[in-house]
Design a protein around this ligand. Sequence first.
Ligand SMILES: [Zn+2]
Length: 260
Amino acid sequence: MPIEPAASTGNLLLDALSGSDRALIERDLEPVTVARGDTILTAESGASPVIFPCDQAVVALVVATHDGRMAETASVGHDGAVGGIIGQGRLPNAVSGLVQVGGRVLRLDADRLREAERRSATFRDLFARYADCFLAQLLLIGACNAVHPIEQRCLRWLLTLQDRTGGDTLPVTHELMAAMLGVQRTYLTRILRVLQEQGLLRAERGRITIVDRRAVSAAACACHARVRLHCEAVLGAVYGPDGPRRAAPDADAGPVSRTA
Ligand SMILES: [Zn+2]
């Protein structure tokens, strides 16, 4: 069933479109309910569909390696889109879209997105800016994974997930988090225990609670804040104070009202 033209879609990128730009695609947005662990994007011969996570849903782009391991390269929540959003929209081989937090997503054929980009300069501009934000995440997180200690990467990953889901308690298993960070689960559990002893978080079965976001931000590497600052500068309509609403509370970037 198509969404109502004037209603919030639950996705900030779509909500940042003007009414006339949104009208170019709204009839083609297909609501789909996804569950944690679902693979909703795979490398295909043609352009990948575009997935807009809504509300608390989070989808990660993961890369599988030849030895059966995987690692996250980017994650997207209600602030953006994943799939066929850059260039001609083809995902590289071994890349797939894995649901980290289940919920509702809106699916759009990449051809419909390309057509709307051809018809409207403002539509094209918004998605070009979003592509810059997505690329910034790929570049900065790629470097983070290569050079920063696992403790800081854990905290950066949790801050990013909190941006997408809102509350302090994050619905994540040690197994999923270990897979996303490319480490063994038992190793990750030891790291989380250390971070818990430092009073930063509380790790329980199936969930992790950020006890003090300001302290977590201070203890994490700067990569999370750098991605956010870039996105705020490039795409204020979604990430900035003038956007339809902020993606999440951000203690490391000043006072922000929470409007989940
Ligand atoms: Zn880092």
